[in-house]
Design a protein around this ligand. Structure first.
Ligand SMILES: Nc1ncnc2c1ncn2[C@@H]1O[C@H](COP(=O)(O)OP(=O)(O)OP(=O)(O)O)[C@@H](O)[C@H]1O
Length: 266
């Protein structure tokens, strides 16, 4: 099952020692069910805050997040999360790390079924044979693969990823991008990805949202579906290069380094 994500008129500020810090202002967009949305924007504009709101870890001052039309009032098991630093538990094997959500989220699976599910996912991301290893025995890219498996082990309808590939070298990152496409082909879920890598958003996402500087609003939306292509060569096509320029310009605008944006014709 997949779920749409509606960001409906969200305004949010943090209470800080020096007063209110407005972070999001009337943020409004929808991620259709099973779609992949990338969110980019200047550093500190409120992207991670947005993920916490969608995950129900934070409730907005105004507006609401709706998942399939239902307002988010707190954390839900139907939302999986993956972060830049895969916090895997060293005292558990890789297999047991992936099984973890299945031990927490109520389900009727037996231990053997949970193991099967974890093994199946690990094989899908190329980690067959590493099930009995400890996290420290794996490379950063392998740990991130395991962490993706853990994030979707309980079959969430939504996966939120906050710069999951940010700490990886360029080749490993591209490998992980392809893994993401493979995972989604096998297990459809709605995806929201926070990234600073514009090529990543073009390669992975159906739509890319550019946020303005803080307090963030939607500054620009670009269709980056690229006909559903998943080969890395697509990034060298003129259409992708044009998208890259377009998004880079929008980021410069958001950072105040360039004049007002011009929304591309639909
Ligand atoms: N719990 C908090 N209390 C107070 N201020 C916060 C809190 N969390 C974040 N902030 C501030 O809110 C602003 C937005 O933070 P957020 O982490 O959402 O931005 P971001 O776009 O994800 O940043 P980056 O791109 O650098 O990761 C920042 O100025 C940050 O310092």
């Amino acid at each position: 099952m997949t779920t749409s994500i509606e960001i409906a008129g969200i305004t949010h500020a943090y209470d800080t020692a020096s007063g209110k810090l407005p972070v999001l202002h009337n943020l409004d967009f929808t991620v259709p069910s099973a779609a992949f949305c990338a969110v980019v924007g200047p550093s500190g504009c409120g992207k991670s805050t947005l993920t916490r709101l969608v995950a129900g870890l934070l409730i907005p001052d105004e507006g609401e997040v709706r998942l399939d039309g239902q307002p988010v009032k707190g954390p839900r098991a139907s939302v999986g999360m993956a972060f830049q630093n895969p916090v895997l538990l060293e005292w558990r094997t890789i297999l047991d790390n992936v099984i973890l959500p299945l031990e927490i989220v109520p389900n009727s699976l037996s231990r053997a079924q949970k193991e099967d599910r974890a093994r199946e996912l690990l094989a899908l991301v190329g980690l067959e044979g590493f099930e009995a290893k400890r996290p420290s025995e794996l490379s950063g890219g392998m740990r991130q693969r395991a962490s993706l498996c853990r994030a979707i082990a309980h079959k969430p309808d939504i996966l939120i990823m906050d710069e999951p590939f940010g700490a990886l070298d360029a080749f490993t990152r591209e490998d992980l991008w392809q893994t993401m496409h493979r995972l989604r082909a096998e297990e459809p879920f709605t995806c929201m990805l926070i990234t600073h890598d514009l090529r990543e958003s073009i390669y992975l996402a159906d739509q890319t949202i550019v946020l303005s500087d803080r307090p963030a609003r939607v500054q620009y939306t670009l269709d980056t579906s690229f006909g559903g292509r998943t080969d890395l060569d697509m990034l060298f096509e003129p259409e992708a290069v044009e998208m890259l320029h377009d998004l880079r310009n929008q980021i410069k605008v958001a950072q105040g380094r360039q004049d007002a944006p011009v929304q591309a014709a639909e």
